[in-house]
Every structure is written in C-alpha cells, then in structure tokens.
Design a protein around this ligand. Structure first.
Ligand SMILES: NC(=O)c1ccc[n+]([C@@H]2O[C@H](COP(=O)([O-])OP(=O)(O)OC[C@H]3O[C@@H](n4cnc5c(N)ncnc54)[C@H](OP(=O)(O)O)[C@@H]3O)[C@@H](O)[C@H]2O)c1
Length: 235
C-alpha cells in the first residue's frame, strides 16, 4: 500500500513514534492524517487533523470509527510501558493496565475500523509491537507480556482480515529515543528512522518490519538459537 493519497489515522500521535509517523505520512503525500491523542490540544503538527481518542474508551473508539469513514490506514501506535518484574510491586495490576492500552486498545480499534477499511477497498493496519514481543527481561517483564499478546493479536487479525484485503503489518523494534525510554542508558534508534522503515515496508507489502539491528538479530536467533528467549533482554 502506498502512503500517497492514503487517509491515515494514528493513535498516540502527539509525541514520540506517533508524531514521527504523522510527519512521515505527510512527507509521503498522504491525503489526510488524523492525528489522534487523549488530549487533542497536544497535537501541534501543522497539516494534520487533531482527533480526540483515548484507546481505552469504547465511546471514543466508536465515535472515531463513525466520524472518520474515509480511513484507509490505521496505525495502532499508542502504548504504555511500566517497569518491573512479575514478582515486584503489584505486578498483576501493572500487567492489567498495560494490557488495556497495548492489547485491548489495538483490538478495539481493529474491530471498529475493519468495516471502514473494507468499505474503502481493504486498506491496512500497522500494529506497533516490539523486540520485547520475543525476548524479555526483569525490567520489562509485564510490558513484554503485553507485546507478545499484541504480536499474536496481529497475526490473528492478518488472517481474519485477509478475506477483505486488509493488509496487516507488525512493526518490531528495540529501544527508540522517546519519552518511553527516558532514563534508560541504552543505544536508541530515532523515531523518524523507525517511521521511515515501517512505511518503506508497507509500501513493499511487507507483513513485518524489523526496524533495528537488535531486533533483526533476535529474530534471526529465534531460528538459529531456538533457546534465545531463555536469556534476558539486555537493557
Ligand atoms: N520507545 C521504545 O523504546 C519503544 C520500543 C518498541 C516499541 N515501542 C512502542 O511504540 C509505541 C509508541 O511509544 P513511544 O516510544 O512513542 O512512547 P511515548 O513517547 O511514551 O508515547 C506514547 C504515546 O501513547 C499515547 N497513549 C498512551 N496511552 C494512551 C491511551 N490510553 N489512549 C491514547 N493514547 C495513549 C501517549 O499519549 P499521552 O501523551 O496522552 O500520554 C503517547 O502519545 C508504543 O506502542 C510502544 O510500546 C516503543
């Protein structure tokens, strides 16, 4: 699918990777970019249409799917990360909170927009996943579980939506230089580069984008060293 003339809706588009997607969609000639955020006043990028959307709010999701019927590309980008292992703090509450945004959010959006995309010829969905879909570590344990679940969701949606010609792309990436990784002293990729590589993949009909070297290495190791997930994700 080409970005040129696409009508794109991006969740969590006010900052971080979502903002980079919005800029790159405009640069590639998207017809319209709906930049969704919990607080639409936080959308300051010129050229986009601000949209109020909390992905955890069913009324918001229903309203957006009703009001923006011309969407051809949905980008499920909004996400949260809380640090801590399964034996630390209140891990159960932490996991539930993150599942709500990182799994049930994209699920709600995909279900609401499936008929919209079908009516517009199929279109595409990009789900923002992670290197942490495949490998975990004590700091990111609960977050990783949500990104593993989101990966499975993505693979199932790809199958379920293939009949209506909706292309589903999973983006896997390691550490990105955004607020989410503030304070983490690790190599990070720029959000703009991730957005560019993701759209390059979409334009070449890829079903999966591995946006950085660390993710490519882990992905390869899943087959060459099948036990890689027995080791922790370094952070
Ligand atoms: N940064 C990384 O290293 C990294 C690596 C792999 C994958 N990812 C994934 O990339 C995506 C973007 O993350 P980021 O790095 O750009 O993080 P970020 O800078 O912290 O931005 C997160 C975005 O998600 C939005 N958001 C959170 N909860 C929301 C909700 N309930 N409804 C709507 N929007 C909500 C935030 O909106 P507010 O401004 O309202 O909080 C913000 O726009 C996430 O899915 C994340 O898991 C990040």
């Amino acid at each position: 699918m080409k970005l040129e003339n696409a009508v794109v809706l991006i969740t969590g588009a006010n900052r971080g990777l979502g903002l980079a997607f919005a800029k790159e969609a405009l640069a590639r000639g998207a017809h319209k970019v709906y930049a969704a955020a919990r607080n639409p006043a936080s959308i300051t990028l010129e050229g986009v249409i601000p949209v109020k959307l909390d992905v955890n709010n069913p009324e918001d999701v229903a309203r957006v799917a009703r009001d923006y019927k011309d969407v051809t590309l949905l980008i499920n980008n909004a996400g949260v990360a809380e640090t801590g292992g399964f034996l630390s703090g209140d891990a159960e509450a932490m996991l539930r909170r993150q599942l709500e945004t990182n799994v049930f959010g994209p699920l709600k959006l995909a279900r609401a927009f499936a008929p919209v995309l079908a009516a517009n010829g199929g279109g595409a969905i990009i789900n923002v996943l992670s290197i942490a879909s495949w490998i975990t570590g004590p700091l990111l344990a609960t977050y990783s579980a949500t990104k593993s679940a989101a990966w499975s969701l993505t693979n199932a949606l790809r199958q379920e939506l293939s009949g209506q010609q909706t292309h589903v792309l999973g983006l896997h990436v390691g550490f990105i230089d955004t607020d989410l990784t503030n304070g983490m002293d690790v190599p990070k990729i720029a959000p703009q580069v991730v957005a560019e590589r993701t759209f390059d993949g979409l334009e070449q009909n890829a079903h999966q984008v591995l946006a950085d070297e660390a993710t490519q290495q882990v992905h390869q190791a899943l087959s060459s060293h099948p036990d890689i997930y027995l080791h922790a994700l370094n952070h």
